[in-house]
Ligand binder design. Structure first.
Ligand SMILES: Nc1ncnc2c1ncn2[C@@H]1O[C@H](COP(=O)(O)OP(=O)(O)OP(=O)(O)O)[C@@H](O)[C@H]1O
Length: 257
């Protein structure tokens, strides 16, 4: 179990803290989705966990032990961001080898993950030769090839069309079910959160706190258009209309785009 307690994160020019007294836990092998309105601090939270942001006051506990937050989290971590962030001058295979530091068996491992995302045949192509959806699959392979214990995902399927996003979620789930890292998955899209996660955490606006925690017990696969998932979605909107209104507006905005 990983527990993070953020006492305070206050950006220099801000009128109030972005995060305050925010606590969340992720069990070993658990997939947790984090939803909340734009600007509430989701990326800030991932930056703190990843070690990019060293200015926050926070505490980490891993397996009951308090960790020294001046050091990086002693867990192998993987990341996936809103854009695929592939190196354009490297082939698909070399993009994966880069994060493996060309260690022993790294080529074999990289090819294994490219096969897992259905891109073995594209190993020697460059990112620009691939579609946007394929580039996201390379980014997924790169996130998993390091065999992370904790995977931080910041809206990784934003701005791809709905069928491609559905396929990417399917690939993500098959990778996750094989190796079961802890996942913290940020999204604006409540249906996406419900389709992937074991548990969904809802954040309030600044200072952001976890205001609702929803376990999801539906079996996988859970397509975003399935009756069970839509029922759960509607039920949440009916039970927590105020809380979810900010998120729903953003979903509508995304639909329009
Ligand atoms: N480097 C920074 N300096 C000052 N303020 C910042 C900085 N980064 C983020 N902020 C502010 O902190 C708040 C939270 O930003 P953050 O990007 O974490 O939100 P978010 O929930 O991830 O938003 P979105 O869903 O739109 O990506 C926002 O008000 C933002 O303007």
């Amino acid at each position: 179990m990983l527990t993070v307690t953020i006492e305070k994160k206050w950006y220099a020019q801000a009128k109030m803290p972005t995060l305050e007294n925010l606590q969340l836990s992720i069990a070993d092998g658990e997939f947790v989705a984090l939803v909340g309105p734009s600007g509430c601090g989701k990326s800030t939270l991932l930056n703190i966990l990843s070690g990019l942001d060293k200015q926050a006051q926070f505490q980490l506990q891993w397996q009951g032990q308090t960790l020294d937050t001046r050091q990086r989290l002693p867990l192998k971590m993987g990341f996936m961001f809103q854009d695929s962030r592939l190196m354009p001058w490297l082939t698909v295979l070399d993009n994966l080898l880069l994060v493996l530091n060309h260690s022993a068996h790294s080529r074999e491992l990289a090819l294994h993950y490219l096969q897992a995302v259905g891109l073995e045949a594209q190993a020697h192509q460059f990112p620009a030769q691939l579609s946007g959806g394929m580039q996201r699959r390379v980014a997924l392979a790169r996130a998993f090839v390091v065999q992370p214990r904790l995977l931080l995902m910041d809206e990784p399927f934003i701005s791809v069309d709905a069928p491609t996003a559905e396929r990417l979620r399917h690939v993500l789930l098959s990778l996750w079910l094989t190796s079961r890292p802890m996942v913290l998955f940020v999204t604006h899209d409540l249906r996406e959160a419900l389709s992937l996660a074991d548990r969904v955490l809802f954040l309030s606006m600044n200072p952001a706190r976890v205001v609702l925690e929803q376990p999801i017990v539906l079996p996988h696969p859970r397509p975003t258009g399935s009756t069970e998932l839509l029922q759960l979605y509607q039920q949440l909107l009916t039970t927590h209309p105020d809380l979810l209104s900010g998120i729903r507006q953003e979903e509508r905005h995304t639909d329009v785009i």
